[in-house]
Structures are given as structure tokens and as C-alpha cells.
Design a protein around this ligand. Sequence first.
Ligand code: ATP
Ligand code: MG
Length: 359
Amino acid sequence: MGEKCEINDLLVPLKDKRLRLGSHEYKMVEPIATGPFSSVFLVEGDGIPYAMKVEAQVGCLRPVLKLDRAVLSALDNQTGFPSLIDAGRTDHFKYVVMQLVGPDLSSLLEFAPQNRFSQSTIYKIALQTLERLRILHDAGWLNRDVKAQNFAVGFGEESSIVYMLDFGLTRRYLEPNGRRHLLRPWGPSVGTFPYAPLNSLGFLDQTPADDVEGIYLADQLSKVCNYSGWLYMIIHLLNGLPWHNSKRSLSLAKVREWKMYCRRAGGRAQLFKDVPEGWSEIFDMIVKTAHHERPDYHKIACKVISIAQKENIDLTEQFDWQTNPVLRSLVRLGPLSCDELTMQTCGTPRATRMILSPI
Ligand SMILES: Nc1ncnc2c1ncn2[C@@H]1O[C@H](COP(=O)(O)OP(=O)(O)OP(=O)(O)O)[C@@H](O)[C@H]1O
Ligand SMILES: [Mg+2]
């Protein structure tokens, strides 16, 4: 264990400074997010804004940047993954420069009316985020940190694309040649304590299906992330999770108990209370995936679409951040034009401007 990570002490004084890194010069504009392991800075290189994720060279509790770099480089040119622009190291920190994307889903939710997205936005998020997981799994990586903070929306013309961010907890489960890694008979805790994956506590290694169900938990310092995983993320957006209703403060052990209880009839009824029945069938599809198999992403996506159809949810509607004035400003779409306002008030289908994510 090294010294305390001092990434923010290193970076804050750099605000507004110009840094020569390798053959490029970047203006460090302002921090976007600072975390215990790494920080993300808005930078400018040759007049173009980028995001720079930075990690201290010495004393970082959990080095993540080499994983961000490896995954972004493997998935370059794939829709919904930021392009990798540059990467390197100084004596003090490592850095990855990538395409700048807009706000993450969790921040957008904070500004949404009643902190809720519309049904069509949630179902479209479900389809796109599942597709990102499929691409990541195809490339041989597990995510192990699926949550709303780790998906962000593209700016302006790209606001129909939900990007996957943050590969700091990824792990290869396939050889680069596609040969399956033998799953380990046991799995150590992901990252450093207090990250506490349920499977690892059951001494099981994690699989692609775990990314989709989200059986593991993450507790980053005091912030309990209790809906980690695709299905839990979506149920959280749709209706909240039963363990959020608890008056008592949540502990990892409590949420872990809940997740185990959700595999039984009583828990399942509470998890899927007030959400269309099809979601419980999706849960079945995922938990029935054998440990060495991958989930059937296509079947799950078709099921999501069929639930939407049954519920009269129009998947050709624009995302909330393309129609709500406050959210629009966050994704740099500016005020609605007169034409758009007229179309909205007349209820004219708005599908023509949609870029639907490929399924
Ligand atoms: N390319 C990007 N463009 C815009 N914002 C970004 C970008 N990458 C990250 N961010 C913002 O910074 C936040 C933190 O980034 P990220 O999730 O990669 O790091 P982290 O959660 O601190 O993870 P780690 O555990 O890897 O240290 C994201 O939730 C997002 O809001
Ligand atoms: Mg993150």
C-alpha cells in the first residue's frame, strides 16, 4: 500500500494552466468529476474540448487508468464508447484523453421533473445500455460497475446516443483470440475494500450475466451504490428498488440480503411490484443463464420492446433531454425551435429526428 492518493492536490492547481503532454498541449479548463481513485478534467487541445481522466502515479489506492485505456482502445469506433484521443504519463500522473460527452444519466435524473425519466426514455436507455454491454462482452471484457453514473449522453447532435463510461472495474473474461477464459473457481473482491461484490463473497467469479443482472454491489467510500447492474439500474429508473424504501440506513449486508431474497417469490414480488410482468421474465432469462454462458441479449432486447408495445410506450419519441428545456440545455441543445414547439404541441410524430441505437 503506498501513500495517500493525491490526485486532486496535483490537479486543482493546474486549472487554467497549459500542460505539454507528449507531443500535445492541453489547457486544463476545469474538473468535471473528482473521485477517490481518479479525476476527470475538461481540457482543450488545439481548440477542441476533451475529457481527460487522470490518476496519480504514486499512492493511488486502486489503479484504474490502464483498464480505461485498454478498453477504450479496443472499442474505438464503436458507437456509444468515447473515442480514445491520447494517453500517457508524467512523473506525477497517468492520463487518458477521450471524446468529451455530456452529462451522465444520474446527473440528468437530478434535473428531470420529479427526478423521473419518461417511460419511453427509460425503455430506450434499457435497449442502448444493454447493447453497450453486449459490445463490451463481445470484446472479451466484463464491466462489473454498471450504474447510471457510468452512462452519459452525447452532446448536441449525438444526444440520441447513450455512452458507456468508466472501465476502471473491468476484467477480461475472454482471451483476445476469443477463447473463453476459464472462470476461476473463486473470485477475489473487485477492486479494493470497500468494494464488495456479492459473487465474490460467495467465492464465485463474475460472468457476463452478472453485469446484466447486477448481482454484485459497489460501495464507494460512504456512497452505497445499491442498484449496480443493468436490470437493477433499469428497475431503479422505472419504479425504484424495494431496498430504497427501507427507513433504516442501508448497509451492504442488507442490500446483499435483499438481492438474495429477490431470487425467491416474496422478494421477487416486491422487486417487480408495479412494473410490467415482462420484467420479471427478463430476470428469469438472466438468472437462468449458466455460469459459463452469455445472456441472450437479443432475446432480452426483444422482450423489452414487446413490453413497451404492450404498455403503449412509443419508442420513437425523443429522449427527455431532447424535449425538456432544462435537460436540453445540459446536453447543449438550446431552446426548442418554433418548428419543434409546433410539432410537439400538435403531437406530430417526432421519429424522423431519432437516431435509434442498433439492436
Ligand atoms: N468522456 C467523458 N466526457 C464527459 N464526462 C465524463 C467523461 N468520462 C467521465 N466523465 C464524467 O466523470 C465521472 C467520473 O468518471 P468515471 O466514471 O470514469 O470515473 P470514476 O467513477 O471516478 O471511476 P473510477 O472508479 O474508475 O475512478 C463520470 O460519472 C462522468 O460524469
Ligand atoms: Mg464512474
